[in-house]
Design a protein around this ligand. Structure first.
Ligand SMILES: [Fe+2]
Ligand SMILES: [Fe+2]
Length: 182
């Protein structure tokens, strides 16, 4: 293995010359626009999920509504946390987080769907989580070693989406369809 040699003079010069680029340095190896596009879709996806989960949490009715609504609301709060992490990363990479709700549906991978029954809500959210898991997995594979910070952020979000999907699958399995009164 060859020695690790750093041209520190060059690095110092670039750090000073391109100060306005903030966290993005000459050693940033990813395609910045491609990464920003990934982060933008993820941001819109997380907001769609915040809105869908909140709507479900606040409109759930029926015998088992309370604990399920609590799950939905907890997930909504975690999705909002994800959205904020993504927005921070977009800013660090020199982008501008786009929170225009008019374009959320177009930019997001998941859908905003209102449901009339608890079981449909669980299914709808489980589908959305599975879409998010697939989309984050593909993005992580695409990024590879090119942008370790973005990759780490997406990996930590992916782990939570997998937990969400698992919880919802458990809720669905525990759900007795005869009790699906509302
Ligand atoms: Fe999320
Ligand atoms: Fe989630």
């Amino acid at each position: 293995m060859s020695d690790f040699i750093l041209d520190i003079e060059q690095i110092r010069k670039a750090a000073r010359d391109q100060m306005e680029k903030g966290a993005v340095t000459a050693n940033y190896q990813a395609d910045r626009n491609a990464i920003l596009k990934i982060l933008d879709s993820a941001l819109a996806t997380e907001w769609i999920c915040v809105l869908r989960y909140t709507q479900h949490a606040k409109s759930a009715q029926g015998l088992h509504a309370e604990p399920i609504a609590r799950h939905f609301f907890e997930h909504a709060q975690q999705e909002e946390g994800h959205a904020n992490e993504l927005a921070d990363r977009i800013k660090q990479l020199g982008g501008k987080p786009d929170l225009d709700p008019d374009s959320f549906r177009r930019r997001a991978h998941t859908q905003y769907t209102e449901c009339n029954s608890l079981v449909d809500m669980i299914k709808e959210n489980l589908i959305a989580e599975r879409i998010a898991v697939d989309a984050y997995s593909a993005a992580i594979r695409f990024i590879g070693p090119s942008d370790p910070t973005t990759r780490r952020i997406l990996e930590s979000i992916l782990a939570v989406e997998e937990e969400h999907a698992d919880e919802l699958a458990d809720l669905l399995a525990a759900f007795d369809p005869r009790e699906n009164l509302n």
